[in-house]
Design a protein around this ligand. Structure first.
Ligand SMILES: NC(=O)C1=CN([C@@H]2O[C@H](COP(=O)(O)OP(=O)(O)OC[C@H]3O[C@@H](n4cnc5c(N)ncnc54)[C@H](OP(=O)(O)O)[C@@H]3O)[C@@H](O)[C@H]2O)C=CC1
Ligand SMILES: C[C@H]1O[C@H](OP(=O)(O)OP(=O)(O)OC[C@H]2O[C@@H](n3cnc4c(=O)[nH]c(N)nc43)[C@H](O)[C@@H]2O)[C@@H](O)[C@@H](O)C1=O
Length: 323
């Protein structure tokens, strides 16, 4: 029997991972899933995390809890983004280790790479240049998370792994008008404009930046794929001080192209305008996913299909939305 703790199981990614593991359990795998909501366990609280880990002693930890947000939230609340994420990582990784957990998977982000890095971004581009200022504090925390895992592996022989997702989306996303990422923000804005018969929808920035969007089900599948790799395979495909693995779909679109796709899905027929007072952020973020592809995993959900599904979910769940 394997005891697996999923930190952040009520979030978009943690929820998708939890559903997959529950399906495996239902199919007969000998798993015990451990979860705690944020209200039940604040992962920034060292003593609480220590008590929890010592009581539960999970065999495996999946760290999908983090303070997460789009460009505006990152830029407006930098202290929250660096403090919460550093504390969550330190507490979860160290207390998992102290409780005897040998395998852990943590989720980072594509913003760990320098803002002007060669595209597509390879894992070995880490720490080779200056970060994007709109999300530097979050990126520093995510880089620290990778180095934390690597350091425990090197000093204590643990098997702590890191995956770096590109921009994610899907059912369960955060559709907050200001603090969310671009895809859910645009779904909400274009839907409301289509319903109201508005003639103009304004998107932030120039529309020229390019982003790679991965569906959350693909991300959940990739996370478990990496977690399930035997240690020899993981170690053979990574390096002790370059241990993270990119996760993406390998293609990107401009924000204006995305906006047009969202307009079509929501039935908005008006004009798209730009608010140039808002930041563009990094001009391009496309993952080099060859490390993961060489191990046998590829994304499956097409953006058009995933966007329609996410829009349908948004329309059906507006009342139950958590933020
Ligand atoms: N969404 C994206 O585009 C991307 C996400 N990622 C990474 O993927 C991971 C999952 O992100 P995603 O699912 O989108 O994020 P969500 O915001 O949907 O989920 C994050 C979860 O973490 C929980 N959480 C936050 N702070 C604490 C805390 N102090 N104690 C306990 N729980 C806490 C949240 O609970 P509550 O809501 O109750 O606070 C929530 O359940 C994160 O590591 C993120 O950095 C990486 C790249 C892109
Ligand atoms: C996942 C990733 O997410 C963040 O980085 P980001 O990729 O810049 O994320 P974003 O989704 O917020 O924006 C993408 C682009 O889209 C434009 N844009 C247009 N209109 C809206 C809009 O209405 N909302 C938002 N949020 N952006 C908009 C926006 O101006 C930008 O050019 C970081 O938190 C970072 O730390 C991180 O890891």
């Amino acid at each position: 029997m394997q005891k697996i703790y999923i930190a952040g199981h009520r979030g978009m990614v943690g929820g998708a991972i939890a559903r997959r593991l529950q399906a495996r359990k239902d199919a007969g795998e000998d798993l015990t899933l451990i979860t705690r909501s944020h209200a039940e366990l604040d992962l920034t609280n060292q003593q609480a995390v220590c008590d929890f880990m010592q009581t539960e002693k999970p065999d495996v930890v999946i760290l999908a809890a983090a303070r997460v947000g789009g460009i505006h939230a990152n830029n407006t609340y930098p202290a929250d983004f660096i403090y919460d994420n550093l504390m969550i990582e330190c507490n979860v990784v160290h207390q998992a280790f102290a409780a005897g957990c040998r395998r852990l998977l943590q989720l980072g982000s594509s913003c760990i790479y320098p803002r002007a890095v060669h595209q597509p971004m390879r894992e070995d581009a880490l720490l080779t240049g200056v970060l994007e200022p709109t999300n530097e504090p979050y990126a520093v925390a995510k880089i620290a998370g990778i180095k934390l895992c690597e350091s425990y592996n090197r000093q204590h022989g643990t098997d702590y792994r890191s995956v770096m997702p590109t921009n994610l989306y899907g059912p369960g996303d955060n559709f907050h008008p200001d603090n969310s990422h671009v895809l859910p923000a645009l779904i909400r804005r274009f839907h409301q404009a289509a319903q109201a018969g508005d003639e103009v929808v304004t998107i932030w920035g120039s529309g020229k930046p390019r982003r790679e969007f991965l569906h959350v089900d693909d991300m959940a599948e990739a996370s478990l794929f990496v977690l399930d790799l035997d240690r020899a395979t993981y170690d053979a495909n990574t390096e002790p001080m370059l241990s993270h693995i990119n996760v993406g779909c390998g293609t990107d679109v401009s924000i204006m192209e995305l906006a047009q796709m969202v307009a079509d899905v929501t039935g908005f027929r008006g004009r798209i305008a730009n608010d140039l007072s808002k930041p563009d952020g990094t001009m391009r973020k496309l993952m080099d996913v060859s490390r993961l592809a060489d191990m046998g995993w590829r994304a499956r959900v097409e953006l058009q299909t995933g966007l329609q599904e996410t829009y349908d979910w948004f329309v059906g769940n507006q009342d139950a939305m958590r933020r």
